[in-house]
Design a binder for this molecule. Structure first.
Ligand SMILES: Cc1cc2nc3c(=O)[nH]c(=O)nc-3n(C[C@H](O)[C@H](O)[C@H](O)COP(=O)(O)OP(=O)(O)OC[C@H]3O[C@@H](n4cnc5c(N)ncnc54)[C@H](O)[C@@H]3O)c2cc1C
Length: 256
C-alpha cells in the first residue's frame, strides 16, 4: 500500500513505543494517523526484550505509567484478539550488601507511598519464594507480588492491531528519509519504499525510532540524548519449576 498524501500525524518506528503512540492517538480520536516502519513491526529492540513489567519506578508518574501498562496489557487481548502473554508472577530483589539493603528498604517505603504493594522479606522467605536460590550471602529482599512479565512482540502487535481497528494506517517496509519543515514548523515526512519515494504532508511527527531515534532527530537539528547499551542474556535448557517463579533481581551483581 502506498502511503497517503496527508495525515494528521505520522509516527516513525513500529516498535512497542510507536505502536503504543498510534494506539493511544486513535483512542483519543486521532484516526487520521500513519505509522511508518522501515522493516517489520517489532524488528528493533522490542523483539529482544525480556518483557518484564516492574511497577516500582523512580518517580510517581513513571510508576503510574508502569501500573497503567500492566492494566492495559491485561485487557488488550479481549479488545484485539492478540494475546499479550501477561503473567503476574511478582518479583523479588535481594541485597548482598548493607548499602543495598538500605536502598531496598527505602524502595519499599517509596512503593507504599506510590500505592504499590511491596513487602520486606528475610533470606528464609526469599528461599521459600525462590527455592533454586543460594541465600547464604543474602541480607534481605523486597517482594512485589503485582509485578509481571509479558510478550513484548505480541504486545506491540496487539497495540498495532488496536490502532488499525480504530483507523490508523500501519505500513511496513517504508523508511522515513527526512522531515520536511518550514522554519521551525514541521510540514511533512519524506519516505522511500521499493525504489519509490514520496511525501506525507503533516503537522505532527512522532519519533519512535528507538536506538535509531537519535540519528533521526539529528537530521532535523534536534538533540535526542539516547544511546544503546550492551546487554547480555543466557538461554538455558528447561529447568524444573523455574517457569512459575517471580522475577529475581540481584542488583549487587548487575543481574536479573
Ligand atoms: C535484551 C533486552 C532485554 C530487555 N528487557 C526489557 C524488559 O524486561 N522490560 C522492559 O520494559 N524493557 C526491556 N528492554 C528494553 C525494550 O526492549 C525497549 O525499551 C523497547 O523495545 C524500545 O521500543 P521502541 O519502540 O522505542 O524501539 P524499537 O523496538 O527499537 O523500535 C524502533 C523502530 O524504528 C524503526 N526505524 C528506525 N529508523 C526508521 C526509519 N528511518 N523509518 C522507519 N522506521 C524506522 C526500526 O526498524 C524499529 O523497528 C530490553 C531490551 C533488550 C535489548
Amino acid at each position: 500500500m502506498t502511503p497517503p498524501a496527508h495525515a494528521r500525524a505520522v509516527v516513525i518506528g513500529g516498535g512497542v513505543s510507536g505502536c503504543s503512540v498510534a494506539y493511544h492517538l486513535a483512542r483519543l480520536g486521532w484516526s487520521d494517523v500513519v505509522l511508518l516502519e522501515r522493516r517489520r513491526l517489532t524488528c528493533g529492540t522490542t523483539w529482544h526484550a525480556a518483557g518484564l513489567i516492574g511497577q516500582l519506578r523512580p518517580s510517581r508518574n513513571l510508576t503510574r505509567l508502569a501500573k497503567y501498562s500492566a492494566e492495559l496489557y491485561a485487557r488488550l487481548e479481549d479488545e484485539t484478539g492478540v494475546a499479550t502473554g501477561l503473567r503476574l508472577s511478582g518479583s523479588i530483589s535481594v541485597a548482598l550488601t548493607e548499602h543495598r539493603w538500605e536502598e531496598l528498604r527505602r524502595q519499599a517505603t517509596l512503593a507504599h507511598t506510590f500505592g504499590v504493594e511491596a513487602e520486606l522479606v528475610t533470606p528464609g522467605e526469599v528461599k521459600a519464594l525462590y527455592p533454586h536460590l543460594e541465600v547464604g550471602d543474602v541480607i534481605g529482599g523486597v517482594h512485589l507480588p503485582g509485578d509481571g512479565q509479558g510478550d513484548p512482540a505480541n504486545i506491540a502487535m496487539a497495540l498495532a492491531k488496536g490502532a488499525r481497528m480504530a483507523g490508523v494506517t500501519v505500513l511496513e517496509g517504508v523508511t522515513m528519509t527526512d522531515v520536511a519543515h518550514d522554519g521551525r514548523r514541521v510540514t511533512g515526512v519524506d519516505w522511500q519504499a521499493n525504489g519509490e519515494t514520496g511525501r506525507i504532508a503533516t503537522d505532527v511527527v512522532i519519533n519512535c525510532g528507538g536506538m535509531w531515534g537519535r540519528d533521526l532527530a539529528a537530521r532535523s537539528g534536534v538533540t535526542l540524548p539516547l544511546h544503546a547499551c550492551e546487554h547480555f542474556y543466557l538461554l538455558t535448557e528447561p529447568i524444573d519449576g523455574l517457569g512459575a517463579l517471580p522475577t529475581l533481581r540481584v542488583p549487587d551483581e548487575c543481574a536479573y
